[in-house]
Design a protein around this ligand. Structure first.
Ligand SMILES: Cc1cc2nc3c(=O)[nH]c(=O)nc-3n(C[C@H](O)[C@H](O)[C@H](O)COP(=O)(O)OP(=O)(O)OC[C@H]3O[C@@H](n4cnc5c(N)ncnc54)[C@H](O)[C@@H]3O)c2cc1C
Length: 592
């Protein structure tokens, strides 16, 4: 069973030297925040997560949340006290508006908090994560009264939130929802329907749950254009704001899952539940889109967090477990397996991918902040474009790669990895969901080639590749990093080729465009990681304000990525530029 050591220096290094935190804090928008306060918060949150939250992780897996015949859901005993301390800490409110009790910190600082929370206990972290999604939606589209009534307690975490999109026939195709909303005549609506897979739809961590529900009003047009968003509280509120009558919005069962057993995944029945419109009628989908960037980035982050936790455990195991004699060790002696080159490869691969995911996700978060803080329209637009491009890359790459990194961490444990006792298998199982929810990775790839590729006729991608090309040249001038520079230049050329091909051929052959979207996403995202790690390596070799051992490790990890992982991007060119002919050449019978 592993402890968790918060990677404070890694987070600070990426914030300061890759995501350019100082530039962000120099803007008027975030001028009230200083770098020392962010550093202090990260330090304190790290301690909190390691001491208070990480010990709940095993309970989350082994005990899990349990549905009761009265419709209530009991979370593992250790979750309650840890969650109570989280609420008392106030960390959850950090990135939100001061008007409702937040501290108005930039989003990148919330990402650091989430990274550590998820590493400590992903199952528990999902409760604040879903609440954050609901807060974002209400902030952006709720009425003043809704904001004043619900947001202060949601920001502290005293009340939690859910997102109710999915129905049995409406998964990736959200436009197929059939849940109904009928006007009650007094401004409220009566909501009837069934939602499935609702994370923390019911639980015992908070007294009140605010469900955001997508539903159709009478006479709505079909598809996404006819969907509206409703706020449905578990308990209706009395005039004085206290909890009143129970709303008929109940949990009829919870799912038995591969992982994240502590996070209740609920089937919710809305039986004439009272709700209120959030935003305008028929704007439900548009409302969802405004909060989707943050939510998708947070799910991408889960890939990083679980990779980090599993890596820490595998590194410890590799030092403790002795097997065989290492090359150069005295004959007949037993060596720790960390001395075997193949085990080293598994460790370095995890290390390099973790650094790659962290630069990607934090750069993405900084771009969201910079878009909000921009001094003028053009500057804002270019940061927003970058953030929008990076979202499907962060979400998909990190949640695909975590399956590889946690698998390597498990592999290092040998047979003990397959045995539940060591706990490493939990990370492998927990991680699997992240590629599925919040828009499957297939949907992310479709978003990349369908919406993001076309931004400024591919200009957003080409601008980024131009920047990386210059950086590849810079690497060439640094002792020991010239080969990384060559590999980066090759990957950039490959990404440019694939992007140009898809822009030219995609519109006339959409099946091939979509068929190539997955390999293209991986190709582009791997290249982006290479370009961002080059920035990290340049900063580290120029002697940033961290100790020398740490900086040397950052350079080596980036170099390993550049020389041994980045070249895999070029191997994807054929699939990223192929037609869909072979994909559809066989009938389902022939596929057998
Ligand atoms: C543990 C868990 C928690 C969840 N939490 C929530 C929650 O809190 N709220 C909520 O509303 N939902 C939640 N979900 C639902 C989740 O978002 C959906 O499972 C997900 O969107 C996929 O929908 P689906 O399961 O119906 O799969 P489907 O949509 O049936 O997809 C099946 C496969 O087909 C592919 N596919 C489908 N359509 C396309 C297309 N157009 N192009 C290319 N490929 C396609 C998908 O990529 C996937 O590989 C949760 C699910 C789980 C398992």
């Amino acid at each position: 069973m592993s402890n968790y050591t918060p990677p404070i220096d890694d987070i600070r290094f990426v914030m300061n030297h890759v995501a350019d935190l100082d530039d962000l804090l120099a803007t008027d928008r975030f001028g009230h925040v200083d770098a020392d306060s962010i550093a202090a918060v990260i330090e304190e949150v790290g301690r909190f997560m390691a001491e208070e939250v990480a010990p709940t992780n095993v309970d989350g897996d082994r005990i899990g949340s349990k549905w009761q015949p009265d419709g209530s859901v009991v979370t593992p005993e250790s979750f309650g006290p840890a969650y109570e301390k989280w609420v008392a800490s106030g960390f959850g409110a950090m990135p939100f508006e001061a008007e409702y009790g937040g501290a108005d910190f930039p989003w990148i600082s919330a990402i650091a908090v989430q990274e550590m929370f998820t590493s400590a206990c992903m199952s528990l972290s999902l409760c604040p994560l879903l609440t954050q999604g609901a807060i974002d939606a209400i902030l952006a589209h709720g009425s003043d009264e809704q904001k004043a009534t619900y947001l202060p307690k949601m920001m502290t975490g005293e009340w939690t939130g859910t997102m109710n999109l999915t129905e049995p026939q409406a998964g990736s195709d959200v436009g197929a929802v059939t849940t109904k909303a009928e006007p009650n005549g007094d401004g409220s609506w009566s909501i009837t329907g069934q939602k499935i897979y609702i994370t923390y739809g019911e639980h015992d961590l908070a007294e009140q749950i605010l469900h955001l529900v997508l539903a159709r009003t009478p006479g709505s047009p079909p598809g996404t254009k006819g969907i509206s968003m409703f706020l449905v509280p578990k308990f209706l509120l009395e005039d004085d704001g206290s909890l009143g009558e129970r709303n008929p919005a109940s949990c009829v069962s919870i799912e038995h899952k591969l992982g994240i057993h502590g996070s209740p995944t609920c089937v919710m029945a809305f039986e004439g539940a009272t709700g209120w419109l959030v935003g305008n009628e028929h704007d439900g989908m548009r409302n969802m889109f405004t909060m989707m960037n943050n939510a998708r980035l947070s799910v991408g982050l889960q890939g990083l967090s679980l990779s980090e936790r599993a890596f820490q455990q595998s590194l410890q195991y590799a030092q403790d477990r002795e097997q065989g004699t290492a090359i150069g060790a005295e004959k007949g002696t037993s060596s720790p397996i960390i001395e075997h080159p193949d085990v080293r490869r598994m460790l370095m691969t995890q290390r390099a991918w973790i650094d790659a995911m962290r630069v990607l996700v934090y750069t993405n978060a900084a771009a969201l902040d910079r878009a909000e803080a921009a001094a003028d329209h053009d500057e804002g637009r270019s940061w927003r474009e970058l953030a929008d491009l990076l979202i499907p890359l962060s979400k998909s790459l990190c949640t695909d790669v975590v399956n590889e990194t946690t698998s390597l961490a498990l592999q290092i444990h040998g047979g003990m990895g397959y045995v539940e006792e060591t706990g490493i298998a939990q990370h492998y199982r927990d991680a699997r969901i992240a590629a599925i929810y919040e828009g499957t990775n297939g949907i992310q790839a479709a978003d990349l080639v369908g919406r993001k590729l076309a931004m400024r006729g591919g200009g957003v991608i080409f601008d980024l590749l131009d920047e990386f090309e210059l950086r590849a040249k810079e690497l060439g001038d640094i002792d020991g990093l010239d080969r990384f520079g060559q590999r980066l230049a090759e990957a950039v050329a490959t990404a440019r080729h694939a992007t140009t091909h898809l822009i030219e051929h995609g519109p006339s052959d959409v099946a091939s465009l979509l068929g190539a979207s997955g390999p293209y996403l991986r190709l582009l995202a791997t290249t982006v990681c290479g370009g961002l790690l080059a920035k990290a390596a340049i900063a580290a070799s120029n002697g940033a304000n961290f100790d020398d051992d740490f900086l040397a490790a950052k350079v080596t990890s980036a170099k390993f990525f550049g020389e041994q992982i980045l070249p895999t991007a070029s191997g994807l060119l054929a699939a990223a530029t192929s037609t869909a002919d072979d994909l559809f050449a066989l009938t389902p019978d022939q596929l057998r």
